[in-house]
Design a protein around this ligand. Structure first.
Ligand code: UFG
Length: 320
C-alpha cells in the first residue's frame, strides 16, 4: 500500500513516515517546506508542493491508496495574533487538499487533530464525546476540518480517522529525526535548551493553577506512539467505520514534574523562574485513550522518561 504523507517533513509527519516505511509501506512525502525540514524527509521520495496545488497533488494521489494529513500551522499563540494565516492554511487550503482527494480514487484519510478542539473541558480525563468548544483560532481551524471530514464521509463515502493528539514530545529512538521548531514554544525542548545554556531559564507559565503543585498538567505522548497509532489507523480503515480518537497516555504530569524528570534523566539542574500564566492555557488536559485502545488495540508504550531521553539524545546529536 502506498501512503501520501502530507506534511511529512514536519515533526509528527516525519515520525509517521519513518514508522510506515519500517512496517513495509510505500511512502511519498508531500510538503511545501514552509516549516518542514528537508533533512527530516531524507530517505523518502519528497514532492515539494502546497496542499492547495491540486494539479501537483493529483499526480501524487494517482500513485497512492491513502493520505495522512499533517500539514498545518500549529502555534496557539500565533493563531490568536494572525487567525487569517491559520484559517487560510488549516481550513481553506486543507479543504482544497480534501477535494483533490475526493477527485482521486483515494478514500482513506487520516487527520492530525488536537486536544485543542476541546477548549477548557469540564471533565478530565477527556473522552471523545466531550463538547468540542475550542478557545483559540488554532483549535477552531482543526474543528472546522473535523466537521468537513464528517460531512464528506456521510455524503461521499470517504473513510477517515481523526486523531486528537495531546502533547506530542520526544524523538525517534534511531536518533536521525526529532523535534525542530522555529521558534520553539514547547515545554520539553525549551527545558533542554535551558540546561544547555541556549536560553537563560525556563519560565514556568503560572504556579497558581488549581493543581496539586500549582502548575499546569498535560498528557505528554511520545511521537513514535503517535506514529504507531497512525499505522494501526490505516489498517483499521481497511475494515471499519470512520472514527475520531484521542491519542494520549491517560497520565498527566505537571510542569514541575516534567522539570524533575528532565533533571533525573540528564543529570542537569534546570534553571527556572515562575512567570505569569500564559493566556489560554487550561489547568489540566489529560486524555482518556480508551477508545483508541478498543478500536485499534493501541496503547502508548513509552514513558515520560523515554520521551525525555530520546529528545535529549536528539538535541545533543544535532545541536537543535
Ligand atoms: N510551559 C511553560 N513554559 C514554557 C512553555 C510551556 O511553563 O516556556 C507550560 C505550558 O504553560 C503548559 C505546558 O508547559 O502548561 C505545555 O506547554 P506546551 O506549549 O509544550 O504545550 P501546550 O499544552 O500549550 O500545547 C499543546 C500542543 C498544541 C495544542 C495544545 C492543545 O503543542 O498544538 O497542546 O491544547 F494545541
Amino acid at each position: 500500500m502506498a501512503v501520501l504523507v502530507v506534511g511529512g517533513a514536519g515533526y509528527i509527519g516525519s515520525h509517521a513516515a519513518l514508522t510506515l516505511q519500517r512496517r513495509g509501506y510505500e511512502v511519498i512525502i508531500y510538503d511545501n517546506l514552509c516549516t518542514g525540514h528537508k533533512e527530516l524527509a531524507a530517505g523518502f521520495e519528497l514532492i515539494v508542493g502546497d496542499i492547495a496545488d491540486s494539479a501537483k497533488l493529483t499526480k501524487a494521489l494517482n500513485r497512492c491508496d491513502a493520505v495522512m494529513h499533517f500539514a498545518a500551522h500549529a502555534y496557539v499563540g500565533e493563531s490568536v495574533q494572525n487567525p487569517r494565516k491559520y484559517f487560510q492554511n488549516n481550513v481553506t487550503a486543507a479543504i482544497a487538499l480534501l477535494n483533490s482527494v475526493m477527485d482521486s480514487r483515494v478514500r482513506k484519510f487520516i487527520f492530525s487533530s488536537t486536544a485543542a478542539v476541546y477548549g477548557n473541558p469540564a471533565r478530565s480525563p477527556i473522552t471523545e464525546d466531550s463538547p468540542r468548544q475550542p478557545v483559540n483560532p488554532y483549535g477552531a481551524t482543526k474543528l472546522a476540518f473535523e466537521n468537513a471530514l464528517e460531512a464528506y464521509s456521510r455524503a461521499y463515502g470517504l473513510r477517515f480517522v481523526t486523531f486528537r493528539y495531546f502533547n506530542a514530545a520526544g524523538a525517534d529512538e534511531g536518533g536521525t529525526i526529532g523535534e525542530n521548531h522555529h521558534p520553539e514554544t514547547h515545554l520539553i525542548p525549551i527545558i533542554l535548551q535551558a540546561i544547555q545554556g541556549k536560553r537563560a531559564a525556563l519560565e514556568i507559565f503560572g504556579a497558581d493553577y488549581p493543581t496539586a503543585d500549582g502548575t499546569c498538567i498535560r498528557d505528554y505522548i511520545h511521537v513514535n506512539d503517535l506514529a504507531d497509532a497512525h499505522v494501526l489507523g490505516l489498517e483499521y480503515l481497511g475494515k471499519a467505520e470512520s472514527a475520531a480518537m484521542n491519542l494520549g497516555t491517560g497520565q498527566g504530569y505537571s510542569v514541575h514534574e516534567v522539570v524533575s524528570a528532565v533533571e533525573h534523566v540528564t543529570g542537569h539542574k534546570v534553571p527556572t523562574h515562575i512567570g505569569q500564566r500564559r493566556a489560554g492555557d487550561p489547568a489540566e488536559l489529560v486524555a482518556d485513550p480508551t477508545l483508541a485502545e478498543k478500536l485499534l488495540q493501541w496503547k502508548a508504550k513509552r514513558s515520560l522518561e523515554q520521551i525525555i531521553t530520546s529528545a535529549w539524545n536528539w538535541t545533543q546529536k544535532t545541536g537543535t
